[in-house]
Design a protein. Structure first.
Length: 296
């Protein structure tokens, strides 16, 4: 019963999150893509091409075992993690840029994920399967419809949308905490037994991804942070589903434990960048405030 409930929450929390985001967004936010095409082109280049290539290079340099290398590469080629939008708010990144990137990456993933998975199969001799229909079901179906419905409610019924956004946001936070506690309970033992070479490779991958994302998001700092989050975070549910559907004998909870451990490591590896941009933002604000003055 508890396992069934956990699977249901994991499968639908993203839908709730995207509906909540839609309630807080306006149709004009999507136009940002057309207004700054170079920003999004650089961002897609980094996330869809350069980050996977860096992951392949690190796997070869560290000579990671096949199982570990498969997980690292699979998470590098599965973009479009809703967590990036949730993190954008706390990091002070542009939520509009982050959400637009999430939608663009999810759309591009229909083509790039199956192609990259074929490359991983040939590179490592594994047999992962990632049909476009699977990617479509996990990404676009769970992201776009609830977002569009949320935006429509916000446009036609703004007062209802404000109330719904508060309640849905509260419910999402409660579910997120519950899921996080459950995942940490599963992940804990996996973190202890994670090979140190895998940890080093993941830290280096996140660090290089952050540098590339910071470059791609220029010139505004809030856009830089949004692109860094898109480059550093993978889609854990998509990665886990590809593994379990490719190898049905693997237990889903065991796979979730390994993938979850790598997610935790990636989040921790991003901490230095978060601290750096926080200090950088504070120093920039202090430069704009005259001595003895107050911030505008």
């Amino acid at each position: 019963m508890l396992r069934t409930l956990a699977v249901f929450v994991l499968g639908n929390i993203v839908t709730l999150f995207m509906f909540t985001q839609g309630l807080e967004r306006r149709p004009g936010d999507i136009r940002h893509v057309l207004e700054r095409p170079a920003l999004y082109a650089r961002s897609l280049l980094v996330v869809l091409l350069l980050v996977p290539l860096v992951a392949i290079a690190l796997v070869h340099v560290f000579r990671l075992p096949t199982v570990v290398a498969s997980a690292v590469l699979l998470m590098a080629v599965c973009p479009g993690a809703p967590l990036q939008v949730n993190q954008a708010r706390s990091l002070g990144a542009s939520c509009a840029t982050s959400l637009n990137l999430l939608l663009l990456l999810s759309l591009c993933a229909l083509v790039t994920v199956p192609l990259w998975v074929q490359g991983v199969d040939r590179l490592l001799g594994v047999e992962f399967r990632a049909a476009p229909s699977l990617v479509f079901r996990l990404l676009l179906v769970k992201l776009v419809p609830p977002l569009v419905v949320g935006i429509a409610v916000g446009h036609y019924f703004p007062s209802v949308a404000r109330t719904l956004a508060r309640w849905c946001g509260w419910l999402f936070n409660v579910l997120l905490i519950a899921v996080s506690v459950g995942v940490l309970f599963i992940v804990g033992p996996k973190l202890i037994h994670t090979a140190w070479l895998a940890v080093v490779a993941l830290v280096m991958l996140v660090t290089i991804s952050a540098v590339l994302g910071h470059w791609a998001g220029a010139p505004r700092l809030e856009d830089r942070k949004a692109v860094v989050l898109a480059a550093a975070f993978a889609h854990p549910v998509l990665s886990m589903t590809i593994i379990t559907q490719s190898y049905p004998n693997y237990r889903a909870l065991e796979v979730a434990g390994v993938v979850g451990a790598y997610v935790v490591i990636r989040i921790l590896a991003l901490t230095p960048y978060k601290l750096w941009v926080k200090r950088h933002g504070e120093s920039e604000r202090s430069k704009r405030v005259p001595p003895g003055g107050v911030p505008a």
